[in-house]
Design a protein around this ligand. Sequence first.
Ligand code: GS8
Length: 216
Amino acid sequence: MASQKGVILLNFWASPFGQRVCIALAEKGVEYEYKEEDLSSKSELLLKSNPVHKKIPVLIHDGKTVCESLTIVQYIDEVWSDKAPLMPSDPYQRAQARFWADYVDKKMYDGGSRLWKLKGEEQEAAKKEMIEMLQLLQTQLGDNKYFGGNTFGFVDVALVPFTSGFYTFEMCANLNVEAVAPGIIAWAKRCQERESVAKALSDPKNIYEIVSMEYP
Ligand code: GS8
């Protein structure tokens, strides 16, 4: 079994990227030290550990740093390979999983923030785009339990933290995800039945609170 000594996570509680890492570590049963960062006054450790982007999450394993949430999740999957894998074993399925995780990365964070940053017609356009994204993801999920089929995996880890923002979508942009993509809500509920997910996700009301403080 891979070493668990010296596993540190630099994080910020509301970050969907950081939550991906928390879920992966919990799925693998890895114990770690959690260090909360104040992003308005970043620690020396964060600046030294992620000198390129200066962003959380950062995983420090036996003194070695790994940055970028999807890279960290794949690292965790490979290092703690004695536990159920998050990545499919088939190369084609693995490529598909990376494609959809990358789609989530390119679209969800920016798409979500546009819903609460913009107003009027611009917000309507952002809302339309978000609905299209959610419906595309719903089609990709199909009748499967999880994105990878029957087992919880990489794409689920990549996407599920963003579901804590759905309440904010509704409050700020009057977008009810259940009405437009019920399959995504049913999937999110299934994911939340896992302890790894339930413990990692932020309370949707707390996300709304910080968003409304920044964009009153
Ligand atoms: C994104 C991390 C990120 O945006 C990943 O890890 O997947 N692609 C990266 N982190 C944010 C907090 S979440 O909003 C962050 O650290 N921001 C600090 C800053 O921009 O100064």
